[in-house]
Design a protein around this ligand. Structure first.
Ligand code: FAD
Ligand code: NAG
Ligand code: NAG
Ligand code: NAG
Ligand code: NAG
Ligand code: NAG
Ligand code: NAG
Ligand code: NAG
Ligand code: NAG
Ligand code: NAG
Ligand code: NAG
Ligand code: NAG
Length: 568
């Protein structure tokens, strides 16, 4: 059996008591809730993007930030902390519970579309895989925005800044699984993702690390950072005009559908970090270009009585595992996503390339991903009550399908219409089909014989191309990587067709409004999306600091700076 364990990463995870007073549990407790121009920045949403930017902007003690979060502050809930309980979190108090419209490419099915509803956002309910994306993914961002600052080389300082590699909970020797030199060649975070590598995850000391524990808990004592939870932004308000552009420096918010509405002005900016569903919801007239990663799974029975299934099928054993985790932060419950991630490309001579352009960013980006898991996993079948299994996820990570988000109602509390439009292109269905065929060839290799027994139903019945296609369309789910709904593009170009944001993440045609979350991606990376969001937010913070440091220079000094650059 495969050794089940991962490497753990992500810095800033030290724990500090929440008692220090800048975390408000309700809007009624926020003393500044209607004091105009008190805050320099108001950040909407405390997930990956919002937590990172709130932390970095308040490093300067003179910068006052308000972070609004719709969900609760209960990110130290046991189900959030225990890594292997992650699948329990969707459809609970921690989930917005979005569902998609019926999708033609999924045989007309609607699927659940989870998003985190708690401080930490989706990083508090996700599966914790740690991926930077490939060199080509980042270089494509630089190309489509015309901003070299987004390239793989330019982003290296941010990639390293957020990482604090820690050993896996079993303290095994990780030589050959992980290359310290690229974090701080060979593992899938080197820029060239292609191959199979040991999973790196946002797990430290056997416990989930999320945006709240990494970026907010350590700085709760900063008097210039106010965080208010259970508070939803309902509208971004126009506050004036500058140079013919609308200024949006006010946020309206409330604690419930019928609660009192408050409005606060920021003296500098409103920063939208509400994620790829809610940020476009707050910014009507955007929401095209949605990109996501579809997945399906195939399982096999195995010749073993010792797999992670036992923690699901044997209640006595499950109780022992929880006791072990609680006492020592060790054991099976410290495990996140599968032990290995594979990043693979179609062959260059695949028939699809005869009449279709490759949608991937380039040769360092995969077309599809495998996740190897030492248990039964399915998003369409009931879990067997007995037995031991092995599962391979096949994820389409360079899709060419594009979806959209639109309004169903003017009420900010009504869910928007979400149409991911998955598997709507020939390339996407071709690649998923080839991924299934390739995974079967891989699992038929001699090395697995005597351990892998037989493929389970119903995938086992899908053998012809048409049957495999039907299996995919009937079972496809999402890796929960919805992104790109308010994409950045080249500065100055009209927002239609070439991005709703400038390359510095400001909303085109506006003043005082910026987006710092996964909706700003122009293309989805061939990677899991939390780390690209953290890295984007790290650079965004430096961009923002740069703007206002310049503006706050004393008059005489700013003249001197302008003068000397004229002389050059
Ligand atoms: C089930 C699941 C599994 C995943 N697995 C992985 C994985 O293994 N690895 C990986 O890299 N990525 C994974 N992801 C994706 C990753 O978590 C997201 O891409 C990332 O968190 C996006 O960051 P964000 O800042 O854009 O949004 P989020 O992290 O979702 O944060 C948005 C925040 O804004 C808040 N908010 C929204 N609207 C409002 C409003 N109107 N007012 C106030 N607050 C608001 C939300 O409650 C939330 O806290 C997964 C996601 C899910 C849901
Ligand atoms: C602040 O808002 C509350 C609720 O709307 C209102 O009752 C109160 O009078 C406001 N206070 C100030 C100083 O405006
Ligand atoms: C916000 O700013 C605008 C423009 O400066 C001003 O007209 C408005 O009254 C302010 N609103 C609040 C609630 O501070
Ligand atoms: C999501 O659904 C669960 C289960 O019904 C519920 O407890 C939770 O409150 C819902 N989430 C939101 C944000 O309404
Ligand atoms: C880890 O393994 C490598 C290669 O097998 C070996 O060189 C190294 O000494 C080991 N480290 C420890 C701490 O055992
Ligand atoms: C269930 O787990 C307990 C505790 O580890 C073990 O003693 C028992 O044999 C297991 N039962 C089965 C059916 O494997
Ligand atoms: C877990 O450990 C804590 C102390 O760290 C203890 O208070 C709690 O009761 C334990 N819970 C279980 C289920 O053992
Ligand atoms: C692609 O090339 C390989 C190796 O040369 C060959 O075996 C395969 O048949 C080719 N496939 C197609 C579709 O031409
Ligand atoms: C591309 O080629 C395939 C196989 O030859 C064919 O089935 C398909 O219709 C073609 N697609 C387009 C868009 O021309
Ligand atoms: C969203 O995409 C679907 C499928 O392509 C399309 O039919 C629909 O018109 C789009 N909606 C909007 C609002 O763009
Ligand atoms: C759209 O709004 C209508 C009217 O309120 C409602 O019946 C319908 O369920 C909504 N559709 C979705 C997908 O939420
Ligand atoms: C199962 O494994 C045992 C011991 O490793 C081996 O003897 C046996 O042949 C295997 N059974 C099958 C069906 O492969």
């Amino acid at each position: 059996m495969l050794k089940t364990a991962q490497l753990a990463l992500l810095a800033l995870s030290s724990l500090v008591s929440l008692a220090s007073g800048t975390l408000y549990e309700s809007v009624e407790q926020l003393p500044t809730r209607n004091v105009s121009d008190y805050y320099d920045f108001i950040v909407v949403g405390g997930g990956a993007g919002g937590s990172a930017v709130a932390n970095r902007l308040t490093e300067d003690p003179s910068t006052k930030v308000l972070l609004l979060e719709a969900g609760s502050s209960d990110f130290d809930n046991l189900d959030i902390e225990v890594p292997s309980f992650a699948p329990r979190l969707t459809g609970t108090q921690f989930d917005w519970n979005f569902t998609t419209l019926n999708q033609a490419g999924l045989n007309g099915r609607s699927i659940d579309y989870a998003r985190g509803f708690v401080l930490g956002g989706s990083t508090a309910i996700n599966i914790m895989a740690y991926c930077r994306g490939s060199k080509d993914d980042w270089d494509r961002w630089a190309k489509v925005t015309g901003d070299e600052g987004w390239s793989w080389e330019s982003m290296q300082p941010y990639m390293r800044k957020i990482e604090n590699p820690t050993p896996p909970a079993d303290h095994r020797n990780t030589t050959g699984e992980f290359n310290p030199s690229i974090h701080g060649v060979g593992d899938y975070n080197s820029g060239d993702t292609i191959g199979i590598g040991w999973t790196q995850a946002t797990i430290s000391n056997g416990q989930r690390v999320n945006a709240a524990t990494a970026y907010l808990v350590p700085v709760m004592s900063r008097s210039n950072l106010d965080i208010v939870v259970n508070t939803q932004a309902t509208k971004i308000l126009k506050t004036g005009s500058e140079d013919g552009k609308a200024v949006f420096r006010a946020v309206q918010f409330t604690d419930s559908v019928n609660g009192p509405l408050y409005t606060l002005n920021a003296s500098k900016e409103v920063i939208l970090s509400a994620g790829a569903i809610k940020t476009p919801h707050l910014l009507p007239d955007v929401g095209q270009n949605l990109q996501d990663h579809p997945l399906t799974t195939i399982s096999w029975t195995v010749n073993s009585t010792n797999t992670l299934d036992n923690g699901r099928t044997n209640a006595t054993f499950a109780a022992e595992l929880l006791q072990q985790w609680n006492d020592t932060r060790t054991g099976d419950l410290t495990l996140g996503p599968g032990n290995q991630l594979g990043w693979l490309r179609l062959p260059d001579n695949a028939t699809i390339f005869r009449n279709t352009t490759d949608p991937s960013a380039g040769p360092t980006s995969a077309h599809y991903e495998y996740i190897a898991t030492d248990s039964f996993v399915s998003f369409s079948e009931a879990f067997p009550s007995t037995g031991n299994f092995f599962t391979m996820f096949s994820n389409l990570v360079s899709p060419s399908s594009r979806g959209n988000i639109s309004l169903n109602s003017t009420s900010p509390f009504a869910h928007p219409l979400i149409q991911p439009n998955m598997l709507s292109t020939e390339f996407d269905i071709f690649t998923m089909r080839e991924a299934i065929k390739a995974v079967r060839r891989f699992m038929a290799a001699q090395a697995w014989s005597g351990w892998i027994l037989e493929e389970t139903s119903p995938s086992s019945a899908a053998q012809t191309d048409a049957e495999i296609e039907a299996y995919i369309r009937d079972t496809c789910f999402t890796v929960n990587h919805v992104t790109c709904t308010v994409p950045m593009g080249k500065d100055g170009e009209a927002s239609s067709g070439s991005g709703a944001l400038n390359s510095d993440l400001t909303v085109k045609g506006t003043v005082g409004l910026r987006v710092v979350d996964a909706s700003a991606f122009p293309f989805i990376p061939a990677a899991h999306t939390q780390v690209p969001t953290y890295i984007l937010a790290e650079r965004a913070s430096d961009i923002i600091k740069g703007v206002y440091q310049r503006e706050s220079l004393p008059e005489s000094l700013s003249f001197a700076v302008a003068h000397s650059s004229e002389v050059k």
